[in-house]
Design a protein around this ligand. Structure first.
Ligand code: ATP
Ligand code: MG
Length: 630
């Protein structure tokens, strides 16, 4: 079927469309009603249907593909690789579920999972799903304060943690962070279940509270834990947004709608059939990890690769080596990951046999055109930018090569995914913006299956955060977008990332794109800085490619000139700083908020999501030293 027919069907007859897609998963009881939209914008998909995510991800495949690889967990940090067939995964998840049950984890209870990107994180998630417990994975790189915030909000019955993670060959102890978080927390769970990787010999345990997984598992090695059949709209998991713009929200996902969205998207967007191999480089702590390292590929009966490590260790060819080794068909990563590789020799992209690789999907932040070209040319496979949010749980704007590969337009994630009634709204008029005109990207409710049901414990916040921005009832993405006459949408940045220069509104993304066209530039961040005369002026911070070899001053001047040539004098960066690193969140998103605060000599605010404190120091030094170009 072609994309247009498929998409149109999903919009014109959503109930018929999703009823068909619902057949991609197994139900214990089939749904009574496809959609209940009696309380807009809240909606309930597949009402009355009962199912289970763990059953769909594992049990139902045992007969046909019990011996096929389900999960390959690779760590270039510890040097360990674990290959698990569906049967072996079934065993491990049953054992984990039995341990959780023995600790009185029951249906509806929350379990916070604070683990690195290792197989046990997948076991723990699926074990919760099996029991009907609600997992909330907190990215292992988050500091104690972040963990405590999430614990207080989710109020878990149990916390699962590791002794340590590793990054770039360095052990990063987790347990002291866990201890500190529980100290700060107003609702500490009674137990911490520790997956001891043997990485931190100094780890201390709190008697009575801290339990050792390896020890408990011995009593349950042969356990069979029955699947809890959940009504489609019961919560399956919580995932807190990454907090680039403020206090994180507990995104709540359902069971049936999510399972159907996973099955549909893996097949028609990511082009993965049972038995094929998908490699997402994400961490399970992010939305991509939940959907396309764990639930999506497993629900599809595919093989999922999980990777702990850097893209450049042991060498910058490691991802491509893994593609060859496991015959990966679809790979999923982020623009940040690719920009890291862009600083390296492109010959690494050609070192391995990539004949199995069909698609590279990238998401999470804008994919600038130069990076898109670099990786497309280097790999020789189509690169598919796709736009989504933690809230949506799966791509909202993308191309769908599993159905039909439409033309790739560089700089644009493409066309709306099935079920998304997408509009671009002019902020001033509240009306739909014409093609070529900037506006706010919105979705008309009811949102398709798989998207958030609400904000955990806070329906009001769900309404005010997402649905309170326009006269009409619309889900606001809080991102700027522009659509061309063919419906291709380009994301221009977040609505709070707009610079107002002497009354002209400029998107930071446009200026960043322009700066990044300079061949020596690896990555650029543009912010608006207060200015007496103009209100705000654009300021550029940029890193250069390793082999750039040019004078920072020269490149800075050339960057400025490019912006003037491409966007006009009004967008002329008033200062350009060449730096060694940019401040980012642990998920690889630029922390423009903190950059801006520093540049305006304000307090950079909550830095707990910051990846590398050194990057902020680097900015401070650059500001002191003065710009490379004014
Ligand atoms: P918070 O909502 O807590 O501030 P966040 O928005 O950074 O954090 P995510 O849900 O992980 O957390 O990120 C979604 C955002 O990432 C989108 O709203 C958009 O701004 C950006 N984004 C994701 N994919 C793309 C893409 N393909 N192109 C451009 N921007 C993208
Ligand atoms: Mg967001």
């Amino acid at each position: 079927m072609d994309y247009e027919t498929f998409y149109r069907h999903s919009i014109e007859a959503p109930e018929a469309f999703w009823a068909e897609q619902a057949q991609l998963i197994d139900w214990q009881t089939p749904p009574r009603q496809v959609l209940d939209y009696s309380r807009p914008p809240f909606r309930r998909w597949f009402v009355g249907g009962t199912t289970n995510l763990c059953y769909n991800a594992i049990d139902r495949h045992l007969e046909a593909r019990g011996d096929q690889l389900a999960l390959v967990a690779i760590s270039t940090e510890t040097g360990l690789t674990r290959e698990l067939s569906y049967r072996q995964l079934h065993r491990e998840v049953n054992v984990f579920a039995a341990v959780l049950a023995a600790l009185d984890v029951q249906r509806g209870d929350r379990v916070v999972i604070y683990l690195p990107n290792i197989a046990e994180a997948v076991f723990a998630m699926l074990a919760c799903a099996r029991l009907g417990a609600i997992h909330s994975v907190v990215f292992g790189g988050f500091a104690a304060h972040n963990l405590a915030l999430r614990i207080d909000d989710a109020q878990p019955k149990l916390l699962i943690a590791a002794d340590a993670g590793m990054r770039g060959g360095k052990v990063i102890p987790y347990k002291p962070l866990v201890d500190a978080a529980l100290e700060q927390s107003a609702a500490p769970p009674p137990h911490v279940l520790i997956v001891d990787r043997g990485l931190d010999p100094q780890m201390t345990r709190v008697a009575g509270r801290d339990l050792d997984y390896a020890q408990l598992r011995k009593a349950h090695e042969q356990a069979e834990v029955p699947v809890a059949w959940l009504e489609s709209n019961e919560p399956s998991y919580l995932l807190y947004t990454s907090g680039t713009t403020g206090k994180p929200k507990g995104i709540q996902r359902d069971v049936g709608g999510y399972a159907v969205a996973m099955a549909m998207s893996v097949r028609y967007i990511f082009d993965i059939a049972p038995g094929q191999v998908m490699f997402s480089t994400s961490d399970v702590g992010w939305a991509v990890g939940h959907s396309y390292n764990v639930y999506g590929p497993l629900i599809a009966g595919a093989t999922s690769l999980l990777y702990e490590g850097l893209p450049t260790r042991p060498d910058p060819g490691i991802w491509w080596y893994l593609c060859e080794r496991y015959s990966v068909r679809t790979m999923f990563s982020s623009p940040t990951g690719i920009r890291v590789l862009k600083k390296q020799d492109p010959a690494w992209l050609r070192k391995y046999d990539l004949s199995s690789l069909q698609w590279l999907f990238l998401a999470g932040e804008p994919l600038d055109e130069p990076t898109a070209h670099w990786i497309t040319d280097g790999l020789g496979v189509p690169v598919i930018d796709n736009y989504w949010q933690t809230e949506t749980g799966w791509p909202a704007i993308t191309l769908m090569p599993g159905l039909e590969l439409k033309r790739v337009k560089f700089g644009s994630p493409g066309l709306p995914a099935p079920g998304y009634r997408m509009k671009v709204i002019d902020e001033a008029t509240g009306e739909e913006a014409a093609p070529g005109h900037k506006g706010v990207l919105v979705f008309e409710p009811p949102l398709p299956p798989g998207c958030l049901s609400t904000v955990w414990g806070d329906d009001e916040r769900y309404l005010s955060s997402y649905f309170g921005h326009f006269k009409e009832l619309l889900y606001s993405s809080l991102d700027w977008a522009i659509r061309d006459e063919h419906g291709y949408t380009t994301i221009l940045g977040r609505t709070d990332d707009v610079i107002n220069v002497a009354g002209h509104r400029l998107g930071t993304r446009e200026i960043e794109e322009s700066v990044a066209t300079h061949p020596a530039v690896a990555e650029a961040a543009v912010i608006g800085v207060r200015d007496e005369l103009k209100g705000q002026v654009p300021v550029v911070f940029a890193t250069l490619k390793q082999d750039a070899g040019t004078q920072a001053g020269q490149v800075a001047q050339a960057m400025q000139q490019r912006v003037v040539d491409q966007l006009g004098g009004i967008a002329r960066p008033s200062r350009v700083y060449v730096v060694n690193a940019l401040p980012k969140t642990r998920s690889g998103k630029l922390l423009r908020r903190s950059l801006q605060a520093l540049a305006e000599q304000r307090d950079p605010g909550d830095l707990s999501t910051l990846d590398d404190p050194g990057a902020l120091e680097e900015i401070r030094r650059a500001l002191e030293r003065g710009p490379d170009q004014t």
